[in-house]
Design a protein around this ligand. Structure first.
Ligand SMILES: [Zn+2]
Length: 129
């Protein structure tokens, strides 16, 4: 059965319903208020209705829509424009393997050794003058 979209004027929301093609034009009860929802054409699809100024979709799962993506919460606090924190999670730093850590330790060891060598040689040079 094809999926059709219906609009409830009372709730000012849209919902989808699977219906046989010959019944597609008939009104479908709204999942929220049970009033008749009229079928809307995909071409006249006017995005979503708004809750607290944010788009939502019926049946209302308590979620919000952000640039066509479903999100659980509104943007709170600072966020970059057009970037929802739920969708743009900061990437965790790459995990370092045991080998990498050993290489880093070795490098640090060599650096301190080198620093000590430079310090002692410059000290010698100064004393020879
Ligand atoms: Zn309704």
């Amino acid at each position: 059965m094809p999926l059709y979209e219906y609009c409830c004027e009372h709730c000012d929301g849209i919902f989808e319903a699977l219906r046989p093609m010959r019944e597609a034009a008939d009104p479908v009860p709204c999942p929220v208020c049970d009033r008749d929802g009229e079928r809307i054409m995909p071409t006249t699809f006017t995005a979503f209705t708004f809750r607290e100024g944010y788009p939502r979709r019926l049946p209302d799962k308590g979620t919000y829509w952000h640039l066509g993506k479903e999100v659980k919460s509104r943007i709170k606090g600072p966020a970059r424009p057009f970037e929802h924190p739920e969708l743009a999670r900061p990437k965790s730093p790459p995990r370092r393997s045991k080998g990498d850590l050993e290489v880093a330790r070795e490098k640090r060891h060599l650096q301190t050794k080198e620093a000590q060598r430079v310090r002692s040689s410059s000290g010698r040079r100064r004393s020879s003058r």
